[in-house]
Design a protein around this ligand. Sequence first.
Ligand SMILES: NC(=O)c1ccc[n+]([C@@H]2O[C@H](COP(=O)([O-])OP(=O)(O)OC[C@H]3O[C@@H](n4cnc5c(N)ncnc54)[C@H](OP(=O)(O)O)[C@@H]3O)[C@@H](O)[C@H]2O)c1
Length: 306
Amino acid sequence: MSSINDSRCVLVTGATSGIGRALAIAISELPSHPKVIGTGRRPDRLKELETAGLEVISLDLDVDAKSLTRNVRGIIQKYPDLDTIILNAGFQREFDFLNNDVDIDSTSHDSPTLNDKVHRNLFAVLYREAQLNYLSVMAFIVATLPHFKELAAAGRPCMVVNVTSGLCVVPATHLSNYTASKAALHSMTMSLQSQFQGTNIHFIEVVPPLVESELHDFEGTTERLSNFWMPLDQYIPLTLKGLQKGEPHVSCGAAAFAFEKFEKKKYELAIKKALPTAPTPDFKPVTRGQWFLSETSLKGGWGWKK
Ligand SMILES: NC(=O)c1ccc[n+]([C@@H]2O[C@H](COP(=O)([O-])OP(=O)(O)OC[C@H]3O[C@@H](n4cnc5c(N)ncnc54)[C@H](OP(=O)(O)O)[C@@H]3O)[C@@H](O)[C@H]2O)c1
């Protein structure tokens, strides 16, 4: 268990609006006064953050893994104290697979059709949403881990905070690809929590419910959703409290309800490295040995029984 109160240098991706911006500012105002680095692409928003006293870095995460790794290494070189990363940047698009077909002539990933409301280029939007919400997060973690391992070996706790969504528990089917990308990150976070337990590198999952932000502007649903989203001034203090307590899942509202109801048991099994086992009519044990599932086998998990 680690607390954001112990962090000395915190980097927040997607800090130019919504949850990321409010969280980055709130963390910079903690009594421990950690250095906070906000990243994003919009220069005017980065300037605003700088004026508020944060360090800022212009960082596009929708790039190949090599470029991202190079950028992350540059950040670590500039901020060797970096001990906490909050991987928050994300975007979402609606998908209607029933009524849209891919335009095979425009499947380039470089196509600017992220702003194409009809999503004629389904592939480009699919790939880029998965890239930003899942692959870029993993690339960022992989590039940061050697540095965190060094800090952790020297006794410094480090935190990796992945921002998923309540929708990773129960999909909003019109946001199918977004939901799937968040479910992938949720699953990966559980595995990382399990792999790194007992170490000084702490993986935390922030699972927001519907929250005030600019995420829904593109789809034109902001006005409608603002009738029932959680305002940032309610959401941020709850999230900050969870990060201060070092909870493995920081959630509230409907997302916390869904998580508690459907995910808690899964999480407990993952942490114990114990896959669920149940006798079924179609299960035929192997005669000269069998795979078995156990909480007590080597490190827990799958084992081979002679
Ligand atoms: N708001 C909700 O209801 C809700 C619910 C569940 C989960 N979430 C998650 O919470 C996180 C924050 O979202 P939000 O609601 O605060 O949305 P938001 O206001 O739209 O903020 C998204 C942030 O991501 C950054 N971003 C987008 N594309 C980027 C790219 N290619 N490279 C680098 N940065 C990029 C944006 O900055 P630039 O445009 O300046 O690059 C912006 O700062 C997301 O992961 C979202 O999925 C939100």
